[in-house]
Ligand binder design. Structure first.
Ligand code: ADP
Length: 384
């Protein structure tokens, strides 16, 4: 089927009226950043600052109007509230804490760049770590993968995009607030030699995060582009768990070179990993492969290995789905303790078997990144 035209989309949107003004959204100039990519459509619905989140029903109406068009399989409409000139609103749900990071809190309005995915100067590749649901060890994998890539000699940064439940500060044992040199950009925090940024550094832990989708996206944009990342070979982005709209929009907004899906053997059976895979396919982001976490259990006393969750499902699922299997990490108390104690195992026990497993995953990921950039792999030298 031919790609739906921008004209058809505009014509559909011209039948959506803003109940506040009685004007249709096209004549009112409220639609911008229209992008059509195959059967996927993205655009921005701009509402005045005073309307803010009350514009949500209108955004939905616009999305539904376009979704009904033949040849459209997905629509992502982003609501932005136009900030009054010179102001920078903090979209937090709680009260003002007045801390140093306050003026850097993300704003709800911004330059819409939906679908355009401009690169981030200085960062060669951005990769996402995702999971079908929470608690599978996605953040633990993201942190150890980032440290594994660093151990391979790459310059690596880590962006915690889990706005609602940031865990990177805890996993890297970091606290405090990022500084700024010029009042505009934040300096990343550094843990175990890894520059990182997380919402956890910007808002106190007890702040309720009741942000809506567009605000989350704008927070992500700022953590990506208004942080002095310097020159990086790879920025690892720890995405929020799940495959809902927020994750989809994020995957769409960030210029991702590829994604790594973390899954436990049980989720493989429950199809959660497949949902993750489909989400990235929808937004044309290559899936580098699946990592099976908590793959088997290592007894801390005798080292006995128990396959408590029908280990190996990820490898089979990866094969079935035509994507790669990147490696497996056992369920081991040492991983939990180091992770929750702020001393990730790849950095704190670099000579152990677990660090080796993460480095092997990092090597597989690096090969994927290089392949995507057209870098030819040199011959592998094996010394017996
Ligand atoms: P997610 O980001 O998917 O929510 P986390 O990385 O926060 O998951 O991990 C959830 C919990 O499981 C944490 O307490 C973490 O220390 C623990 N954990 C993660 N991976 C492993 C593992 N391979 N072995 C033991 N514990 C793990």
């Amino acid at each position: 089927m031919a790609e739906v035209s921008a004209e058809t989309i505009r014509s559909a949107l011209s039948r959506v009226t803003d109940p506040r003004t009685g004007q249709d959204v096209i004549s009112a100039g409220m639609i911008s950043g229209l992008v059509v990519k195959g059967s996927n459509v993205g655009f921005v619905v701009e509402v005045p600052a005073a309307v803010g989140q009350q514009g949500e029903p209108l955004r939905r109406a616009c999305e539904e109007a376009v979704a009904r068009l033949p040849g459209v399989t997905s629509v992502s409409a982003i609501l932005t509230a136009e900030a009054p000139a010179g102001s920078r609103q903090a979209p937090r749900g709680g009260h003002d804490h007045g801390h140093a990071g306050h003026q850097h809190a993300p704003r709800p309005a911004g330059q819409p760049t939906v679908g355009q995915k401009p690169g981030v100067p200085g960062i060669a590749s951005i990769i996402a770590v995702a999971s079908g649901k929470g608690g599978v060890g996605k953040s633990t994998t993201a942190v150890n993968l980032a440290l594994g890539l660093k151990a391979l000699g790459l310059k690596v940064g880590l962006l915690d995009a889990d706005i609602y439940g940031p865990s990177v500060p805890r996993l890297l044992g970091l606290s405090g607030r990022p500084e700024t040199t010029d009042g505009k950009k934040l300096k990343p925090m550094v843990g175990w030699g890894l520059p990182c940024m997380s919402m956890g550094f910007l808002v106190p832990e007890d702040t309720p995060m009741i942000w809506r989708g567009p605000m989350v996206v704008s927070a992500l944009d700022q953590m990506l582009r208004e942080v002095e990342w310097g020159t990086l070979d790879v920025l690892v982005v720890d995405l929020p768990p799940g495959t809902g709209d927020a994750q989809l929009t994020m995957a769409q907004r960030v210029p991702l070179a590829g994604a790594v899906i973390v899954s436990t053997p049980q989720d493989i059976a429950l199809l959660d990993a497949r949902k993750g895979l489909n989400m990235f396919r929808k937004v044309d982001v290559p899936v580098f492969g699946i990592v099976e976490n908590m793959s088997y259990f290592c007894c801390p006393n005798c080292g006995h290995r128990s396959e408590i969750f029908a280990h190996g499902g990820a490898r089979r699922t990866a094969e079935e789905l035509g994507c790669d299997f990147l490696g497996e990490v056992p369920l081991d108390i040492a991983i939990r303790e180091t992770s929750d104690g702020g001393a990730p195992i790849v950095a704190s026990q670099p000579d152990g078997a677990h660090a080796q497993a993460y480095r092997a995953i990092a090597e597989a990921v690096r090969a994927k990144i290089d392949a995507g950039r057209g870098v030819r792999q040199g011959p592998r030298i094996v010394i017996d």
